[in-house]
Design a binder for this molecule. Structure first.
Ligand code: SAM
Length: 232
């Protein structure tokens, strides 16, 4: 269970209404039962239920069961599409070990805003579901142009573009361990974005094969390609 609370030996952890409902209503836990907790940076802790109410509850930690495990330093940049598909991208990126998820507005992106809080909650759920101790940060929507203007100089970019069939290029060469993946919107990238991206020294164009994948499928496929080529 994810808690937004410090974790340590003998730490009392109060539960929110939603957490109490989930733990006692859905998961049927009771006073005396144990629960595994993580807060995204303090590893995993075993805790005992001290109080189980309908709307609240109290847990007490007793031992650390795992130390903190962070994923590789991989960001996923994607242009938000329809709500359910955007949710899917965030969920799968969190499951597959993205360290940071950045929705970006490209020339052909239709969404003007996103519900960052909802997407962050999906990332938390995904981390809970796959038993991780880390939760990726989901950023608010930013213009791709701005993100590229502020780009950290030591980070490489795997730029996925279906127009570059056969450009399954140089990911294997040593380039450092900070990476980001960029996926375009339903309409793909504009010609000016392609030209801009291709000219960036840190950007590496990559094809995911001859089939044009939907953006949500492309996000998952790209993370797999990255994990199998460069992941630990
Ligand atoms: N522009 C395309 C069109 O309308 O025919 C479709 C874009 S595709 C649905 C959405 C995004 O997924 C692309 O911008 C790209 O980032 C990624 N993508 C999909 N298939 C890909 C492939 N075969 N290789 C690399 N990237 C791909």
């Amino acid at each position: 269970l994810y808690v937004d609370h410090p974790l340590g030996q003998g730490q009392t952890v109060p539960l929110t209404r939603e957490q109490a409902h989930y733990l006692f209503g859905v998961m049927r836990r009771n006073v005396g039962d144990t629960v595994l907790l993580f807060n995204g940076h303090g590893g995993e802790w075993r805790a005992t239920v001290e109080k189980a109410g309908k709307r609240d509850g109290l847990l007490m930690t007793d031992a650390q069961t795992r130390t903190q495990q962070n994923p590789p330093d991989l960001w996923l940049l994607f242009a938000p599409i329809k709500k359910a598909r955007t949710d899917f991208i965030v969920e799968k990126a969190a499951e597959m070990g993205a360290a940071r998820i950045l929705p970006v507005q490209t020339d052909f992106t239709n969404s003007e805003r996103i519900r960052q809080d909802r997407l962050q909650a999906h990332a938390v759920e995904a981390a809970e579901q796959c038993g991780g101790t880390f939760v990726p940060e989901v950023c608010d929507l930013q213009k791709l142009e701005q993100v590229l203007a502020d780009w950290p100089e030591d980070r490489q970019l795997m730029f996925c573009d279906e127009s570059l069939v056969g450009a399954r290029d140089s990911l294997g060469q040593p380039r450092g361990d900070k990476w980001a993946i960029l996926i375009g919107p339903e309409g793909g990238f504009s010609d000016s974005e392609r030209a801009r991206l291709s000219a960036l020294p840190f950007a590496h164009a990559v094809s995911l094969g001859p089939r044009i994948l939907r953006a949500d499928t492309a996000a998952v496929a790209a993370m797999t390609v990255w994990q199998t080529t460069l992941g630990d």
